[in-house]
Design a protein around this ligand. Structure first.
Ligand SMILES: Cc1ncc(COP(=O)(O)O)c(C=O)c1O
Length: 388
């Protein structure tokens, strides 16, 4: 049953990914071409073609290319290349990490990106939900005191911090991060930071905060592939204790083995300069779509919520919806009008007893990974359908 449900979100996305007129269901940025990524990283067409055509399709090093690991280490103060394992997307990093951690109890913000709880649950772990709350305008927040009390009473052995958070768009304050990290440190638990959206978590800085601290009980998973609209590259990483990474790598040897050398080369080009046009433009698209969404939500009569503080998704409520049936009717009408969104129920979120409509699952995840020129039109269609 758990496994069946775990496929639901991805199946839902795949069902409309290639067909929806306005795809607002995804969690990644506007898809980029290989050419856009490379020219935006300072690699001219001739150089790109020469390198591509002469790349040997042999196995990459098992841990990932040394120079790529160094670039990832540089983004995590205190880490060296020995603290970095290159993986097939953030998903594989999480998969390998949870299999080695074998947690008994995992605490994480709720709702949550599916892998973060399905993987530990498949190993028999219990899940401790640290609630995200919404106010009447749909502004998300966490009560750090409430989280700490929960941690203290539940005593999980792994605490996951997904920052920026999928699906609320929250960026935890430095104080919250510090207080939760301190609790983990003191309790002897392990901290796992899922920093998948780290490149889109600050207005001014390319790189947002990391919870990584050198040591044996701090791990971070991440990537740039969703932030830059290139999930097809399937590159990610885990940063942490070398001995643990070695055990993960050992398992990786017998599953995906290595990543594709072409993907590694492109990733190296993208990460070698964090102020490159490729990254700057992706961040500008993000800022522009956030402004468009914020202005829209100010005046919307059909939906409520806020633009994400970080990352490419936010949770949106539909006004005037009193029951699940009414909410589903709106969703259907949106689909018929070509607007694709991901209901929070596809992320297994929502209880009939919830005190806020979003807690009852009467809302959807809205992604900002649409071309900025098309976003206003998509939002106007959303408004017309939800207000009607
Ligand atoms: C928070 C979070 N973690 C991990 C992933 C997995 O990403 P990927 O395997 O595509 O790198 C995603 C994908 O959307 C995500 O939103």
């Amino acid at each position: 049953m758990e496994l069946l449900r775990s496929f639901f979100m991805e199946d839902y996305l795949e069902g409309s990914r290639f067909t929806a007129r306005y795809n607002l269901g995804e969690s990644g940025g506007r898809p980029r071409t290989v050419g856009e990524l490379l020219t935006g990283s300072g690699v001219g067409p001739q150089q790109a073609m020469d390198t591509f055509l002469s790349t040997l399709l042999r196995d990459s090093p098992n841990w990932g290319r040394a120079d790529l690991r160094e670039l990832v280490a540089a983004m995590h103060p205190g880490a060296t290349r020995d603290n970095v394992l290159i993986t097939t997307g953030t998903s594989e990093a999480l998969f390998l990490l949870f299999r080695q951690l074998r947690p008994r109890k995992v605490a994480l913000a709720w709702p949550a990106f599916q892998l973060l709880y399905e993987l530990p649950m498949q190993q028999g772990a219990e899940i401790v939900r640290l609630p995200v709350r919404w106010d009447s305008r749909g502004v998300p927040s966490v009560d750090t005191g409430e989280w700490l009390a929960r941690l203290e009473s539940e005593r999980p052995d792994v605490v996951v911090i997904n920052n920026p958070h999928n699906p609320s768009g929250l960026v935890l304050s430095p104080e919250s991060l510090e207080r939760v990290s301190r609790w983990v440190e003191k309790s002897g638990a392990t901290l796992v930071g899922d920093e998948h959206y780290r490149f889109l978590s600050s207005e001014s800085e390319t790189l947002g905060a990391t919870v990584y601290r050198p040591g044996m009980r701090s791990f971070v998973t991440g990537s740039f592939i969703k932030c830059l609209g290139c999930p097809g590259l399937r590159i990610g990483w885990c940063v942490g204790d070398t001995a643990m990474l070695a055990r993960m790598q050992n398992e990786k040897n017998y599953t995906t083995h290595t990543v594709n050398p072409v993907a590694e080369w492109i990733s190296h080009e993208v990460l070698k300069e964090l102020r490159s046009p490729a990254l700057t433009e992706a961040r500008e698209d993000w800022r522009r779509n956030r402004r468009t969404l914020a202005a829209f939500l100010e005046r919307s009569q059909g939906v409520y919520g806020v633009a994400p503080a970080g990352g490419l998704v936010t949770s949106i409520g539909v006004r005037g919806v009193a029951s699940t049936r009414e909410f589903e009717a709106k969703l259907q009408a949106l689909g018929a009008a070509g607007v694709f969104v991901l209901p929070l129920s596809a992320m297994e979120y929502g209880e009939p007893s919830g005190s806020h409509p979003l807690e009852r699952g009467h809302g959807f995840r809205l992604g900002l990974g649409i071309a900025p020129e098309l976003f206003p039109e998509a939002l106007e269609t959303l408004e017309r359908v939800t207000r009607g």
